[in-house]
Design a protein around this ligand. Structure first.
Ligand code: SF4
Ligand code: SF4
Ligand code: FES
Length: 263
């Protein structure tokens, strides 16, 4: 620390520099002023010492989900991580999200997530219901609202060990953000998936790898929107999907319903 805390100090940063081919950590000393966040310091580093440093950001308000990175190994939003969290004497290591391929420096290619999003069929509105003809229960509204707070920062996707340590699982596993999206749709009282020939419970199990999730809750721990991904989406979805698959009464009910429809 070169100056007093009230006027600022010099932070020791170790920042990953490189591209898809090769890279390494590079050491920098950068001025920090009171009240700043990691993204401020990265911007100062860009402005004063490393003009070609690649970093993705947009809102600087924790709302666009662009500035995701790993700070001392923990997935975080750079714009919402205060420098005051760290001891001024320590070296802070900033690396790109490990689960996705690096484009350059702190920027990763998060296309994996968009592919998974495209695989989930959209909400199916009921056929014969006009606007204003259905009153949702408050608890249904609140459930959806919690999931809809997602800013698609993909920190949960990054931290989940199912894909973080096992590239080979990426094809079969959608990741917490998208398992949550499927749960949101399946729990929606107006989603008429059957009308569109969709079985969301089967799909989440068989096509999107819900069974890979062993409820470690790491995704919930890193979510900047404090969404209870595991407790409110993944565990209930596991119960719903298991009911459908293994409960003999549910199985019988479905069979009778299908027979009634003649299929
Ligand atoms: S709770 Fe499931 S989805 Fe979340 S990080 Fe753990 S294994 Fe991944
Ligand atoms: S659920 Fe949370 S951690 Fe995951 S993408 Fe959305 S906001 Fe980010
Ligand atoms: S810059 Fe938008 S979330 Fe950080």
């Amino acid at each position: 620390m070169s100056q007093t805390a009230s006027t600022g100090y010099d932070a020791h940063l170790r920042v990953w520099r490189g591209d898809a081919e090769a890279g390494d950590l590079a050491d920098f000393t950068v001025e920090v002023n009171e009240g700043e966040v990691v993204l401020d310091v990265i911007h100062r580093l860009q402005a004063t010492q490393a003009p070609d440093l690649a970093v993705r950001w947009n809102c600087k308000a924790g709302k666009c989900g662009s500035c995701s990175a790993e700070i001392d190994g923990r997935p975080r939003l750079m714009c919402m991580t205060r420098m005051s969290l760290f001891d001024p004497a320590q070296t802070i290591t900033i690396t790109p999200l490990r689960t996705f391929p690096v484009v350059r420096d702190l920027v990763t290619d998060v296309e994996f997530n968009y592919e998974k999003a495209r695989e989930i069929p959209a909400f199916v509105p009921p056929e014969d219901l006009g606007p204003g003809e259905y009153r949702m229960r408050q608890e249904d509204v609140e459930r959806s609202q919690e999931f809809r707070k997602c800013i698609e920062c993909f920190l949960c996707q990054d931290v989940c060990h199912v894909v973080r340590d096992h590239e080979e699982n990426k094809e079969a596993f959608a990741g917490p953000r998208f398992l949550m999206r499927m749960a949101e749709l399946d729990m929606h009282p107006l989603d008429d998936a059957e009308r569109a020939g969709l079985d969301r419970k089967r799909a989440v199990r068989e096509d999107h790898g819900l069974g890979y999730c062993n409820i470690t809750k790491c995704c919930t721990e890193v979510c900047p929107e404090s969404i209870k991904i595991t407790d409110n989406a993944l565990i209930p979805m596991k119960e719903r999907a298991a009911d459908r698959a293994y409960d003999p009464l549910v199985w019988l009910g479905n069979k009778i319903r299908r027979r009634g429809r003649g299929d």
